[in-house]
Ligand binder design. Structure first.
Ligand SMILES: [Mg+2]
Length: 341
């Protein structure tokens, strides 16, 4: 955020716009008032940098995501509030995949000068609401005008016991492969929205308001049985390919055990597509795919709702991504990268 002693500068846009009316520093001040307090935030918004305290034995985890208007979101199909919430959730999902607890968020925005004040305020409210839900106080950031699209960059900071941090690199042959959450649902939702089709409310909300499985990721780290974990943001196969590469293993999926949400089945049928393709190559699911090094069931949360848990396959020593079809045949499969719009 801009330091206090620079707050008397002129706003950087001359046209009467949302950012001009509120003022860049007015926007920051309105955020600062509601940024939330946290015992580990020694210095939050208002100084040149935030100062965060780590618990003994913990390490800092940092992750950033960029959301660009008309690439990652459209203002025609999602409200500013939803976009604010989503920009936080997608970053928290990366912390969840590492088993980390959020420490804070940095939010940087480039906003076209013609953006209405109401849009900016609703975006801010959505962002702060999600930040509060995940216990991740906003500790800094930056704002500027944009000559092009709206660009949102969120950096999430988290911490985990250094001995418990989950990575993509620890899977071993023989581990069981599990999935927490839905896959394919957000892609069905995006397509239903783009096609202007009514219904498919679970799919649309999976696309517009994804939930990060933060508590589940933290429970996986604490259980001591999880050898590798990744959040499914670019499609199940695409993200499992990262575990294959980083762990130097293979992965075999069981087609018969892949979870298929009823709306995904209905959407694929409606447009004449292969439903398994949605499950394997959806996008923006923010589920967690993880390996357990014993054959016991995946852990359940002691408080709150546990996401849908399915054992979807196993870790192998083949170095390949394979799919055991329902008829028993084994096929090599290649991820098809998720293409944003
Ligand atoms: Mg990720």
């Amino acid at each position: 955020m801009v330091p206090r002693n620079e707050r008397d500068k002129q706003p950087m846009t001359s046209r009467k716009s949302g950012l001009t009316v509120l003022g860049e520093f007015g926007l920051i001040a309105s955020i600062e008032r509601r940024a939330g307090q946290h015992t580990h935030v020694r210095l939050g918004i208002g100084d040149d940098a935030a100062a965060l305290t780590l618990d003994p034995g913990h390490e800092l985890l940092a992750t950033a995501d960029l959301l660009v208007q008309d690439v990652h979101f459209r203002t025609q199909t999602a409200t500013a509030h939803q976009i604010g919430r989503k920009s936080v959730a997608v970053n928290i999902s990366d912390l969840a995949a590492m088993g980390a607890k959020p420490l804070g968020l940095l939010a940087s925005l480039a906003i076209p000068s013609a953006t209405p004040l109401k849009w900016i305020e609703q975006f801010r409210d959505g962002l702060l609401e999600a930040a509060a839900v995940y216990g991740a106080p906003l500790v800094g950031g930056d704002t500027t005008s944009s000559p092009g699209p709206i660009v949102i960059n969120i950096t999430a900071l988290g911490s985990a016991l250094a001995t418990q941090t989950l990575t993509r690199g620890g899977a071993r042959p023989g581990d069981a492969l599990w999935l927490a959450g839905n896959v394919g649902l957000a892609r069905a939702g995006l397509e239903a929205l783009e096609a202007g089709v009514r219904g498919f409310s679970a799919s649309k909300s999976a696309h517009k308001e994804p939930q990060a499985l933060l508590k589940y990721g933290m429970a996986l780290a604490a259980c001591g049985r999880c050898s590798a974990c990744i959040d499914v943001s670019d499609g199940l196969l695409g993200d499992l390919a990262h575990i294959v590469a980083r762990s130097r293993v293979g992965v075999e999926l069981d087609e018969a055990s892949l979870p298929i949400h009823p709306e995904v089945r209905r959407w694929a049928k409606r447009i004449g597509a292969d439903v398994i393709d949605y499950v394997l190559n959806g996008g923006e699911d923010y589920a967690l795919a993880f390996a357990l090094h014993d054959t016991r069931k995946a852990p359940l949360l002691s408080t709150g709702d546990t996401p849908a848990l399915v054992r979807i396959g196993r870790v192998t020593d083949t170095g390949a991504l394979t799919l055991r079809r329902a008829d028993g045949c084994l096929e090599n499969v290649q991820p098809r990268g998720f293409v944003h719009f």
